[in-house]
Design a protein around this ligand. Sequence first.
Ligand SMILES: Cc1cc2nc3c(=O)[nH]c(=O)nc-3n(C[C@H](O)[C@H](O)[C@H](O)COP(=O)(O)OP(=O)(O)OC[C@H]3O[C@@H](n4cnc5c(N)ncnc54)[C@H](O)[C@@H]3O)c2cc1C
Ligand code: SF4
Length: 339
Amino acid sequence: MMRLPWFRYVAPRTIEEAAKVLAGEGPGAMLIAGGTDLVPNMKRRQQTPQVLVALSRVEGMKSVANGSGLALGGGVTLFEVIAAPQVRANYRGLWQAASQVATAQIRNMATLGGNLCLDTRCLYYNQNHEWRKAIDFCMKRDGTTCWVATASKRCVAQSATDCAPALLALGAGVRLESAAGARDLPLADLYRNDGIDYLTRRPDEILTRISLPDATGWRSTYWKLRRRGSFDFPVLGVAAAARLAPDGTIEEARVALGAVSSMPFLTRAGEFLAGKKLTDEVVTEAARIVAGRAKPMDNTDFDVYWRKEVVSEFTRYALQELRGDDMQGVRMRIARRTL
Ligand SMILES: Cc1cc2nc3c(=O)[nH]c(=O)nc-3n(C[C@H](O)[C@H](O)[C@H](O)COP(=O)(O)OP(=O)(O)OC[C@H]3O[C@@H](n4cnc5c(N)ncnc54)[C@H](O)[C@@H]3O)c2cc1C
Ligand code: SF4
């Protein structure tokens, strides 16, 4: 049995109180929301905070509010995201992504804020302490070498959040709050392509809100590759969203990738797609553009070259779904093959 290391636990009731505690405790403190990622990491001694600042009692982060678009509190659980009728109706890509995170039990605990701040993953890192010690620790924790790319000066662990690519495609923004004030930024600016320092969030900042723009006229979708179809982390996530004119011409589009780098990111396919109709030729060319940006590393248990090939396949599926093709059969086949 893996035991948790000792830590102090603080449970503030407001965002202001949480920000104050976090600022006062310094770098030895970490936020805990659902704990579904942090607790296993602590058991494996990958993360060993001395103080946990819990967000579970902070009511100010649990709302789902309509405005010009939709505002989701950072503490909203993935179950609540999926249950929100506005998400299901207007932000389908987010609904599909959140529905495919982990298991129903985990989604009841897991929060959207925690999902966006999720630690990066790697075959050589997501192992227990003894395993990592036996092969000699790596750069991400306690060591100096990267076992995936031994010449690399930076950790290339993969981003593993499902919701981030979906939210990037939907044009989301986030609010970060600290004792020093609040700042709003596009979600894309939250991430950095570095497996260790993967967020631009300062340690004293709390992700309190996710804002989605008005979705009128938009369609969105999310395609996930994983080892087990029942539940598993993504080894590829393709998210696409588009606003289409009545004649099917794309007025605006975004295509984002997840799990093929240390950060989720927007590709250039959106610019290519604007002003075009989703013909088979356009879909194929967009898929080629997207696949060109994917640089997966050999740090999951899938073949890295195959993973790259699947990027263009999944992009085609995503764009075909956006143009209105019935893709349910393809989704079922993928789920069955990965069961
Ligand atoms: C078996 C299993 C399967 C999983 N499968 C998937 C999967 O398929 N897809 C997927 O995306 N994830 C998966 N996860 C990971 C995890 O369950 C989810 O990503 C979840 O959404 C994390 O949210 P949480 O609230 O539990 O985060 P926590 O574990 O509480 O925190 C995660 C990280 O985010 C930070 N954090 C939390 N909230 C905030 C905030 N508001 N502001 C700033 N920082 C914050 C914490 O300090 C920590 O570093 C899986 C986990 C397990 C155990
Ligand atoms: S990518 Fe390299 S440094 Fe990063 S976790 Fe994996 S082995 Fe460690």
